[in-house]
Design a binder for this molecule. Structure first.
Ligand SMILES: CC(C)(COP(=O)(O)OP(=O)(O)OC[C@H]1O[C@@H](n2cnc3c(N)ncnc32)[C@H](O)[C@@H]1OP(=O)(O)O)[C@@H](O)C(=O)NCCC(=O)NCCS
Length: 383
């Protein structure tokens, strides 16, 4: 009897986790029991990280201690900045610069030989990595524009400090709040490809730097984190051409292409994160008086969920469909969108590794061999 093969591991259960749960039919996402809508509206990214890493939302005092210790870990070494300058010179993408930068951080790790089962040590290491990612990204963006990196500030929130290091200006309340919300929405999402990559690496008991670096690589692809940039590029293409957005969509589907920001392996209905970002985009559009991105996205959505028959059922907007327009309104460069996703998701990668290491088992599936049957070797001069 032939064994069942599950291409892409679709629907395969590989681990138990108490971190996040997705109801793909109801369009619901929870982190440790809390609805994402409540967290996005009420909490901060630091609170959500505490929830994911320690299992509970922090008290006021715990939050202050956690946020302060994270803020104190934000600076990166001059060596890291020098390498980033070299990468900027070579015109690397921000995602590639982040991958290299995180890998480089391990050189300064003060507890390199920690035990993987030591959860507190993993949390400290995770804090150092997650705290430094915004510094790497903001520095890289400035270096490639020929500007000096701005040192992190400890008195700003995780979200506010990143926007400050990027622009040199303290962000307004709405920008900081919106960005913080986007970070919360992207922090965790079950065993997606990048989280699973991080877990596979960690399951060999390789270090956390390797796991996060691998997660960044997996997230960079257009089928995963890269889609948010694709969405904005498409919207710009529509904006720059005389083509009606609906005609653009129709042509794309007729040519057998995919609509970026649509479809999901787990959701069969609209992603709840997309709904939250859509309403945030509406607020931002009202505030800035620039509504064209909201108009394009909403018009395309109405068309694709109404009149136009998509080639497959259950294809709906995912988180990337609206995040791009939100970041655009915040003045963030388009090729920073996926790195920002990595910034947020790094907290989820650390949480999953932390959890998995408490009961580690090497992840090692099998493939079905379909190559030639055993055959005699022929020496090179007789072939
Ligand atoms: C996310 C994604 C990879 C999930 O894919 P999946 O579960 O492997 O689904 P499949 O690739 O098997 O697609 C199933 C069907 O839906 C169609 N489909 C999936 N996403 C589509 C999209 N964005 N636009 C148009 N059709 C789509 C496929 O063509 C396929 O149709 P078929 O059965 O007629 O061949 C896929 O939806 C996609 O490529 N989306 C665009 C990229 C994106 O937004 N990624 C970010 C995800 S958060």
């Amino acid at each position: 009897m032939s064994e069942q093969l599950s291409k892409g591991l679709e629907g395969v259960l590989v681990a138990e986790s108490s971190l996040s749960d997705i109801d793909g039919d109801a369009g619901q996402l929870i982190y440790r029991g809390y609805d994402i809508e409540d967290l996005a509206r009420e909490a901060s990214y630091e609170e959500v990280l505490h929830l994911l890493w320690y299992g509970e939302l922090p008290t006021e005092q715990q939050l202050a201690e956690f946020s302060d210790s994270m803020a104190a870990d934000r600076a990166v070494s001059g060596g890291v900045l020098d390498t980033l300058a070299d990468l900027a010179e070579a015109d690397e993408t921000p995602m590639a610069a982040l991958r290299t930068g995180v890998s480089l951080l391990s050189a300064a790790e003060p507890e390199p030989d920690k035990d993987v089962e030591d959860a507190d040590a993993t949390r400290r290491e995770g804090r150092r990595i997650v705290a430094k990612i915004p510094t790497i990204l903001a520095a890289y963006d400035r270096l490639r524009r020929g500007e000096e990196p701005i040192e992190p500030r400890e008195d700003l929130s995780y979200a506010g400090n990143f926007l400050y290091m990027l622009t040199g200006e303290e962000p307004g309340g709405v920008a900081e709040e919106t960005f913080d919300m986007a970070l919360i929405l992207h922090a965790d999402h079950g065993l997606n490809a990048s989280t699973f990559t991080a877990m596979v690496i960690a399951s060999t008991q390789a270090d956390l730097y390797s796991a996060v670096t691998g997660g960044i690589g997996a997230l960079s692809g257009p089928l995963h984190g890269g889609a948010n940039q694709d969405v904005m590029e498409v919207l710009q293409e529509v904006d720059g051409s005389s083509k009606d957005p609906l005609q653009w969509v129709k042509d794309r589907i007729d040519a057998g292409g995919r609509i970026p920001g649509w479809g999901h392996r787990v959701y069969n209905v609209k992603d709840p994160r997309a709904k939250i970002l859509q309403s945030k985009l509406a607020d931002l559009s009202e505030e800035t008086g620039e509504s064209k991105w909201l108009d394009y996205t909403s018009t395309i959505e109405e068309y694709l969920t109404g009149e136009m028959e998509l080639p497959a059922k259950g294809i709906a907007p995912n988180v990337d469909y609206y995040s791009g327009s939100v970041y655009y309104n915040l003045g963030i460069p388009i090729d920073m969108y996926t790195p920002i996703f990595a910034m947020s998701r790094s907290g989820g990668w650390v949480a999953h590794v932390l959890e998995y290491w408490q009961d580690n088992r090497l992840i090692r599936p099998r493939g079905r061999y379909v190559g030639p049957k055993p055959r005699p070797f022929v020496p090179v001069d007789e072939r």
